[in-house]
Write a protein that binds this ligand. Structure first.
Ligand SMILES: [Zn+2]
Length: 556
């Protein structure tokens, strides 16, 4: 029976654990890592066996179609290359090892599935050969259902003889919402805070996630032109650039200094592992780590953790601002991996792919969609008049002889809104309906009409703009909504909070109520951001103080 897919969302709850419980959990995570390695080794062995088979070689040479699929399925079954046969192997393996005393069968089986999926991706050529995990490289385990093994029961996580009570704030609506929904299964997460393991339960619940009242979603189309760091965003009559980079300039200096300090400490503690010219010796080496070295590593890990948390929050602000302008989002499809190769530093601090996934998840849960438009439409080279001209990357403004002058990224984003598909179903030779062929084109008619409707030709689309930081972008978008509401041409709300059915009479009131909240939010946005910036600066100063202090105490 194929699995039934229903919408789900995650509720994360921090857990309380005393010293003994923490120790037990650390042991179990260590054993989970060993179980993962065992399953990975077995899955890789089975893959090798499968690839050696004659039947596999025959199947590879078949033309695509049902016969090829069946041939592959047979050889997979013959070699036991499937999650379920790996489950059976893992269950047997567990029953006569130490692992069986500490991990339950359900948890072992989900670990086996995880290892199998990694090998499967490698088999399909999607990813590289999966690596064996080192100690502390497994930070999550999950159950299969909320009935056995890892489960959530009466505000506590139960795992074998362990019961860890959750820290449930009665005033937290997100957690309250999650706890009222049926739980599919539970995941246990370990995070390192100040070098110590902290544990969190992730309840995978069935249903729709909690939507805060201030996060309204309107009907409409928004176009996005993604970049490694800045995104062009455009609606019908507005456009802006948003800079997704986390504003942590101060921290970057601190990070660089800490990295150098850690390197110095590593070299000082392990002189035998280095050649006289400073290069590392080859082969297996023993490493010693001083207390000071450990402390520096913890400080660095904390800076990265805080930066990630700050970035996630900023991404959320931008995503909600975009959704308040339209739930249908057309975004140019991009290879973020190639961005990473060329603009590693920007991508590292802006995380564009993470943002797009975040946006897609929010849009889908609000009943909208994120559509990826192929690059073959050449949005950055095309003009409304039909002229196509390749621009060098340094040219930041789209300037055409027909009189259109708009910032390049904003222009591509605006054009992306008019990408439409034509679907042709290809007839196969046997007369059966074959695959759908999707072709993309720009709807020139709609684009011309939209351009003509713009007040004063390009009033809302700037010819030159500086990328706005997330907070200011959200505030600007909030002002747009405010202006529209004042003039009475606000778009209909696409989503009503929590999926409640609302009669047409009260719907308009609800929109107004939400809009009031939204404006308050917009005015709050700037001071809030200043606050968070201040705290980051303070962190930076604090660390710098620490570093200087230590250097002085060492007499340097
Ligand atoms: Zn033109």
């Amino acid at each position: 029976m194929p699995p039934i897919h229903t919408p789900s969302f995650i509720t994360e709850i921090p857990l309380q654990a005393n010293g003994t419980q923490e120790h037990t959990l650390e042991v179990r995570f260590r054993l989970a890592q060993q179980a993962y390695n065992a399953c990975l080794g077995e899955a890789l062995r089975r893959l090798d066996l499968m690839r050696e088979r004659k039947a596999y070689q025959v199947a590879r040479k078949l033309p695509p179609g049902a016969a090829r699929t069946h041939a592959f399925r047979d050889v997979r079954n013959a070699c036991g290359f499937s999650p379920y046969s790996l489950h059976a192997w893992a269950t047997r393996y567990v029953s006569h090892t130490l692992l069986g005393d500490h991990l339950d069968v359900n948890t072992i089986q989900t670990i086996a599935t995880r290892a199998f999926r990694a090998v499967e991706q490698y088999c399909f050529g999607v990813r590289g050969r999966p690596r064996f995990k080192g100690p502390n490289q497994i930070d999550s385990v999950e159950g299969k259902s909320n009935k056995q093994g890892l489960r959530w029961n009466d505000r506590a996580l139960v795992w074998g003889d362990l019961t860890l009570s959750g820290i449930v704030s009665p005033r937290n609506p997100v957690i309250a919402h999650g706890l009222t929904h049926p739980i599919k299964y539970v995941r246990l997460i370990r995070r390192r805070l100040n070098g110590r393991g902290r544990f969190f339960a992730q309840l995978v619940c069935e249903g729709q996630p909690y939507r805060k009242a201030q996060h309204i979603v309107r009907e409409g189309i928004v176009g996005i032109d993604p970049g490694p760091r800045t995104f062009g965003v455009a609606g019908a009559d507005w456009g802006a650039q948003v800079d997704l980079q986390t504003p942590l300039k101060q921290s970057r200096q601190v990070i660089r200094r800490l990295q150098r300090k850690i390197d110095r400490q590593r070299r000082a503690n392990n002189k035998d592992n280095y050649n006289p010219d400073g290069t590392m010796k080859k082969g297996k080496r023993e490493w010693t780590m001083s207390k000071g070295h450990q402390r520096s590593r913890v400080t660095l890990a904390n800076i990265y953790r805080k930066a990630t948390a700050h970035r996630t929050s900023l991404h959320g602000q931008v995503a909600h601002a975009i959704l308040s302008r339209g739930a249908t989002i057309l975004i140019e499809r991009n290879s973020y991996r190639s961005f990473q190769r060329t603009y590693g530093k920007s991508v590292g601090s802006a995380a564009p792919a993470t943002f797009v996934n975040h946006l897609a998840r929010l849009a889908e849960s609000a009943g909208g969609s994120v559509v990826r438009v192929p690059t073959t439409l050449r949005l950055s080279q095309t003009c409304l008049c039909g002229a196509i001209r390749k621009k060098p990357l340094s040219e930041r403004v789209h300037r055409c002889d027909c009189g259109i002058t708009v910032q390049r990224d904003v222009w591509s984003a605006w054009l992306a809104r008019f990408a439409v598909t034509t679907i042709v179903t290809k007839e196969t030779s046997t007369g059966k309906t074959g695959k759908d062929i999707v072709t993309w084109r720009l709807d020139a008619e709609a684009a011309h009409a939209a351009w003509a409707r713009l007040p004063g030709s390009d009033a809302g689309l700037p010819a030159a703009s500086i990328p706005l930081p997330p907070g200011r972008f959200a505030a600007r978008v909030g002002q747009l909504g405010k202006r529209e509401l004042a003039s009475g041409r606000a778009a209909r709300c696409a989503h009503v909070a929590m999926g409640e059915a609302v009669s047409p009479v009260s719907a308009s009131e609800l929109v107004a109520g939400k809009a009031r909240l939204e404006t308050r939010e917009a005015t709050d946005a700037v001071p809030l951001r200043r606050l968070s910036l201040c705290s980051e600066v303070c962190v930076g100063r604090e660390n710098r103080g620490k570093l200087v202090g230590r250097r002085e105490s060492h007499g340097l």
